[in-house]
Structure formats: structure tokens, C-alpha cells
Design a protein around this ligand. Structure first.
Ligand SMILES: [Zn+2]
Length: 84
């Protein structure tokens, strides 16, 4: 019975330290490259996909807006900046 209590405590401690490591990692990453994402696309104000945020916690745009911006960036690099 005593042994079981100890194991429960260890499980709990392990869970806690995992959560702490993840949030600590996020805050370190945030200091390195700006604040973590708010989870809202800055272009269309839609919610950014969870998968995308998991891959890049600092994502500022949803998948489609990021793809569009990437496309425009490549195009302007090839043709030079130009007003329409
Ligand atoms: Zn968007």
C-alpha cells in the first residue's frame, strides 16, 4: 500500500515535469524568435490549424495564407517588386 502510494506520486511528478519541460521549451523558443503564436491567423483571422502550431508554435498565419504569401514572395523575387 505504501509502495503504491509512492508510485502514484512518481507518476504525478513525471507528468508535471513533462508539462513543465514543454512550457519551458516554448518560452525559450519564444524568446529566440518572437512570442508564441496567438493561434489566430494575422491575415484572415481564422484559427491556425493545430497541426501547424504543433510543428511551428510561432506560426502567424493559417496554412492557406502562409502558402499564398510564400507564392507571392517567390513571384516578387523572380519579377522584382512591382505595383499592380
Ligand atoms: Zn489565414
Amino acid at each position: 500500500m505504501f509502495e503504491e502510494d509512492r508510485l502514484d506520486d512518481l507518476d504525478y511528478a513525471a507528468e508535471r515535469s513533462e508539462a513543465f519541460t514543454e512550457s519551458a521549451l516554448r518560452s525559450v523558443l519564444g524568446r529566440m524568435a518572437g512570442a508564441p503564436s496567438s493561434g489566430v491567423c494575422r491575415s484572415c483571422t481564422d484559427t491556425i490549424e493545430t497541426e501547424r502550431l504543433r510543428a511551428n508554435p510561432m506560426a502567424r498565419q493559417c496554412r492557406s495564407c502562409a502558402a499564398e504569401e510564400e507564392y507571392l514572395r517567390h513571384r516578387s523575387r523572380r519579377c522584382g517588386p512591382r505595383e499592380n
